[in-house]
Design a protein around this ligand. Structure first.
Ligand SMILES: O=C([C@H](O)CO)[C@H](O)[C@H](O)COP(=O)(O)O
Length: 204
């Protein structure tokens, strides 16, 4: 099981400091959507240059113009880029093709998806990496709940999970055996990110 650090609502300097403090515990570094909106592809490029041994996710959350945005992410050094599950099938197919050409990966963000029909369509399109995700705003009502795994039951995917996962919740999530656990604010907003990251890693 891998651990992915999500960098959201941080400055460039905070991103770099937190990754340096926690990189020993992390397999994957995610440059968050808001950070990309602030600094553009330059921050993705910089993170790959600073941390070449880590897989880099550009959380583009693309929903249209898939070919262009996938190229932007991969040419900046991302190993994985993201697309929203509600996007047109052509957007997802275009991005899968770019990922295949570049030897990189596409992750489909299942934010707000509750329909197994859509999951089947994604599977049939050739999607192999998905993210079960409870968004930041929704977390005010509910954070990640392991019931969400039922959406994917019977489908073959590489599965990542995200949405307010913290030290209280990680044990229940680990029991569901996802491939990757994504943690953002529980680490990035902690007083001691390094200590929380090490405690999280110990659960995997
Ligand atoms: O994708 C994310 C979210 O939509 C904010 O942009 C986060 O990276 C993901 O939810 C993980 O962060 P936490 O929920 O703070 O753990």
């Amino acid at each position: 099981m891998k651990l992915q650090l999500a960098l959201d609502r941080l400055t460039r300097d905070e991103c770099i400091r937190i990754v340096k403090e926690t990189e020993k515990e992390m397999d994957i570094i995610e440059v968050g959507t808001g950070v990309i909106k602030e600094y553009g592809m330059a921050i993705v490029r910089e993170m790959k240059e600073l941390f070449p041994d880590k897989q880099i996710v550009a959380d583009m959350k693309t929903c249209d113009a898939g070919k262009h945005e996938a190229l932007q992410a991969f040419e900046a050094g991302a190993d994985i880029t993201t697309v929203m599950a509600f996007s047109a099938n052509s957007t997802i197919t275009d991005m899968l093709n770019v990922a295949s050409d570049k030897g990189s990966r596409l992750m489909v963000d299942l934010l707000e998806v509750r329909s197994r029909e859509r999951v089947k369509e994604l599977h049939d399109l050739g999607v192999d990496l998905v993210s079960l995700h409870v968004g930041k705003d929704k977390q005010a009502e509910e954070s990640f709940n392991t019931d969400l795994f039922s959406l994917l039951k019977g489908f073959e995917f590489e599965v990542t999970v995200a949405g307010g996962i913290n030290l209280d919740k990680i044990s229940a999530v680990v029991q569901e055996k996802p491939d990757t656990i994504i943690v953002g604010s529980a680490i990035t907003k902690a007083e001691d990110p390094k200590k929380v990251a090490a405690r999280m890693r110990a659960y995997l």
